[in-house]
Design a binder for this molecule. Structure first.
Ligand code: GDP
Ligand code: ZN
Length: 307
């Protein structure tokens, strides 16, 4: 049987089969995934093959995992320990941001986008709580969205309580597996509730798998919001974490900088103070936004890019 991993405790896996039946699975023997050392062999979003052990009890055993298209991995805080795969096979990330209440900083947004680029996951930006914006803030938001659209990130405007943009939000999730992320309080639960009222993210975070006695907050959970559309929620985790990005490579994950990379005088240009740097020239001419370049500088200044 083939299935999709909806959630995991580290030792148990909930797997959805092709007939929409959910199985409680264990792993068969030891799993080794080539070239990747992680604390968890299987993650939410993995496609697996399993065999039924006990039909009445819904118990099954996973014996095979399909190659991943992509995955998000978090470094352990202990440098020697292996990373933890948060989720696999994502079609996209959806980052929910708010200008106010709470304010999402552009630095945070840009870090998220760089992480997603490094994992090769396309991202859509959802600006929520637009009902709270002044006219001035609306103008600012329009400019901001135009900037991110020009770089290649689709933008959607919503008000979860005002029921604005709900269809647009629903449309971006259609037929995809989406990681939905954002600071606590941006309205993620309220937005998801608008399109899938039977899902109550807030309550589920607390109750899910509680009977198995596992600390669930570090694990991601996948929910089917409608036929063929799934969201992955990572409670308590708002940053994606970076895979090891060399400072030299950081500009590759800013698409508007990546487009200019052949044009700097020095091929190993870090775009900091080198002469004839195409990136700095583009910042000077306004072709690259200062806020984006500032985020770049800030990330270049990190002692450790892994966050
Ligand atoms: P989460 O932590 O991201 O899941 O945020 P919640 O969905 O719990 O929302 C946090 C608070 O923001 C709640 O009081 C919501 O009612 C409120 N909220 C959510 N979306 C909107 C919105 O579009 N406009 C306004 N004014 N408030 C919102
Ligand atoms: Zn340069």
């Amino acid at each position: 049987m083939k299935g999709l991993v909806l959630r995991s405790t580290g030792s148990w896996y909930e797997v959805l089969d092709e007939n929409k039946h959910v199985w409680q699975c264990r792993l068969k023997g030891k799993f080794k995934i080539q070239g990747l050392k992680t604390s968890n062999p299987i993650a939410v979003g993995d496609r697996v093959e399993f065999e039924i052990e006990d039909k009445l009890e819904n118990m099954a055993t996973i014996f095979k995992i399909e190659p991943r298209e992509n995955y998000i991995i978090r470094k352990s805080v202990h440098k020697t320990a292996h990373g933890h795969i948060l989720a696999a096979n994502l079609d996209q990330a959806v980052i929910i941001v708010t200008l106010n209440y709470p304010r999402t900083s552009l630095g945070f947004l840009d870090r998220f986008l760089v992480s997603a680029e490094s994992f090769r996951i396309p991202t859509t930006i959802v600006f929520n709580k637009i009902d709270l914006l002044s006219e001035e803030e609306k103008d600012y938001l329009a400019d901001l969205a135009a900037l991110y659209e020009s770089i290649g990130y689709p933008c959607v405007f919503t008000s979860a309580v005002g029921k604005i943009g709900i269809k647009a939000f629903n449309d971006i999730l259609k037929d995809k597996i989406s990681l939905v992320s954002g600071h606590s309080g941006v309205g993620k639960s309220t937005l998801v509730n608008q399109i899938a009222p039977e899902l109550d993210l807030k309550t589920m975070e607390i109750s899910s798998f509680a009977n198995k006695g596992v600390h669930t907050t570090t694990f991601a959970t996948m929910f089917e919001i409608e036929e063929n559309s799934y969201i992955i929620d990572t409670p308590g985790i708002k940053e994606l974490g970076l895979i090891d990005i060399e400072k030299q490579e950081l500009s590759h994950f800013f698409p508007e900088m990546r487009a200019l990379l052949g044009e700097c005088k020095y091929h190993n240009c870090k775009h900091l103070n080198e002469p004839k740097c195409a990136v700095m020239e583009a910042v000077g001419s306004g072709e690259i936004a200062e806020s984006r370049y500032n985020s770049y500088l800030s990330m270049m200044g990190d002692d450790d890019n892994r966050r």
